[in-house]
Design a protein around this ligand. Structure first.
Ligand code: AMP
Length: 458
């Protein structure tokens, strides 16, 4: 075993890094679940964080998405709750002991799926609550008693304020993707949540990036925390090849399709800055007979879930997403991310490309950069301390026969679907309103004869 690396020297305890799960002091039911997941060795963040959490320390952990950070907090917390595991039917025997806060519904759902995977051989109960859906089912779940609660901050406050959940016995608090929670303006909600929690508790803060705001948050939430870093400050994922293609706005859709086709990419996550642009790109892809789903904050929860599931199951080739909706998504073996539009915040570039190349796999991140995005590109290069030299687009694949495209297109749902009939906030912008944020695709359509934008397929 090696001496632990990466924790700031002044707070580093004399710990050693485990090289297999058996050395971590986890109970047999947890180890069995880990084995069934197919994990052979702890990832660096797991090897470092698990012993510290078991030792009862507060933690500030800087870990990129895809590093196995979820198991890094879920496994030791389960271990710490083993003494409380019981099969009693009484809700009073199942108070909330571990609270995990996540910035988005998708991330909350994903974290909860991991909790269920790792907890499958223990009788601890868990649930997830998030906004955008009826509170009643969640209330019933909460009232029946759960030891592990995963939640988005706003919805948790709704439940806590209406007393459908009691948080006075919380022993463990996890702030997952803490930087994004701050970006999304959750600080006031987080502070209000603190009022419902005991002051004596163990708190773990996970964040892809550490800036002054995160340090400030840590000051008010954590006690004498240890700092764990598994990578240097704000690094891009190392096993992700990063390409830049300079493309005019109007040519981006063709460029996207060309990159995916010529490189034979099975699935791609496409990022846009705005919901409007995500809708436009997604619908244009669908019109070309391409299986594409759209995920952004204006979509109903059921649509977001369907889009994500369709993508995870490989039924959909392109998932077009905004940053907030895609944050933290773990899509196993996602080969490619395309930045259709560069993000305004350079940190978001790192988060985006962290969707690919997860858990050691190699990945490709392609940025389509228009002339007016040059400044954003320069900002990203400064942030990641690396030049991203532009390369030419790959040669186009031979054109597909028109008939083939038309045949596929006919299987798309008709334009007069629910979204067209009762437009969502995003759907209402499908016209040519110039008052809304625009992306290139709001300019005249590539195929002038195209019908009105159809509803999403997913
Ligand atoms: P996370 O960073 O928690 O989103 O995890 C990223 C991916 O890594 C998920 O698909 C996990 O199932 C997977 N993973 C987590 N821990 C391990 C491990 N020790 N070995 C292999 N894969 C892992």
């Amino acid at each position: 075993m090696d001496v632990i690396k990466g924790i700031t020297p002044e707070t580093t305890p004399a710990l050693e890094v485990a090289t297999n799960f058996d050395e971590l002091g986890l109970a047999a039911p947890i180890l069995a679940a880990v084995k069934e997941m197919g994990y052979k060795t702890p990832t660096p963040i797991q090897a470092q964080a698990i012993p510290l959490v078991l030792a009862g320390r507060d933690l500030m952990a800087q870990a990129q998405t895809g590093t196995g950070k979820t198991a890094a907090f879920v496994l030791p917390l389960l271990q710490k709750m083993v003494p409380h595991a019981n099969a009693s039917a009484s809700p009073a025997r199942h108070p909330v002991r571990a609270l995990v806060l996540a910035p988005t519904r998708e991330l909350a759902i994903q974290v909860h799926e991991s909790v269920m995977d790792y907890n499958k051989h223990l009788p601890l109960r868990s649930t997830v609550v998030f906004g955008g859906v009826d509170m009643k089912v969640q209330q019933a779940d909460l009232r029946s008693g759960v030891e592990i609660l995963v939640a988005t901050p706003g919805r948790l406050l709704d439940h806590a304020s209406s007393r459908s959940v009691l948080l006075s016995q919380v022993q463990f608090l996890v702030l997952d993707e803490a930087d994004r929670m701050l970006d999304m303006g959750f600080l006031p909600d987080l502070k209000r949540i603190l009022d419902f929690l005991p002051t004596q508790r163990q708190t773990l803060l996970f964040s892809a990036t550490f800036d002054d705001n995160i340090v400030g948050l840590a000051r008010s939430f954590l006690q004498n925390p240890l700092k764990v870093e598994v990578a240097r400050r704000n690094p891009p994922a190392e096993n992700v090849e990063q390409l830049v293609h300079k493309v005019k706005e109007d040519d981006k859709l063709d460029a996207l399709i060309r990159v995916v086709k010529t490189r034979g990419i099975a699935q791609v996550l496409v990022f846009t800055r705005t919901k409007v642009c995500a809708d436009k790109v997604g619908h244009r892809l669908q019109k070309r007979g391409i299986q594409a789903a759209i995920i952004h904050g204006d979509k109903a929860q059921v649509e977001r879930f369907a889009a994500l599931e369709g993508f995870k199951q490989g039924k959909v080739q392109y998932l077009v997403a905004t940053d907030i909706a895609a944050r933290g998504l773990d899509i196993v073996e996602l080969p490619c991310v395309v930045n259709y539009e560069l993000p305004y915040a350079p940190e978001d570039y790192v988060h985006r490309i962290g969707r690919t190349g997860r858990a050691g796999a190699s990945g490709l991140a392609v940025s389509l950069v228009s002339p007016d995005e040059e400044r954003l590109l320069a900002g990203i290069e400064r942030f990641i301390k690396r030049d991203l030299n532009a390369s030419p687009l790959p040669e186009a694949a031979p054109p597909q026969p028109l008939r083939a495209v038309a045949t596929v297109a006919t299987v798309a749902p008709p334009a007069a679907s629910s979204a067209a009939a009762s437009p969502s906030p995003a759907g209402a912008r499908f016209g040519r309103s110039r008052a809304e944020p625009v992306c290139a695709l709001l300019q005249p359509p590539i195929h002038p004869a195209e019908p009105a934008i159809a509803a999403p397929q997913s």
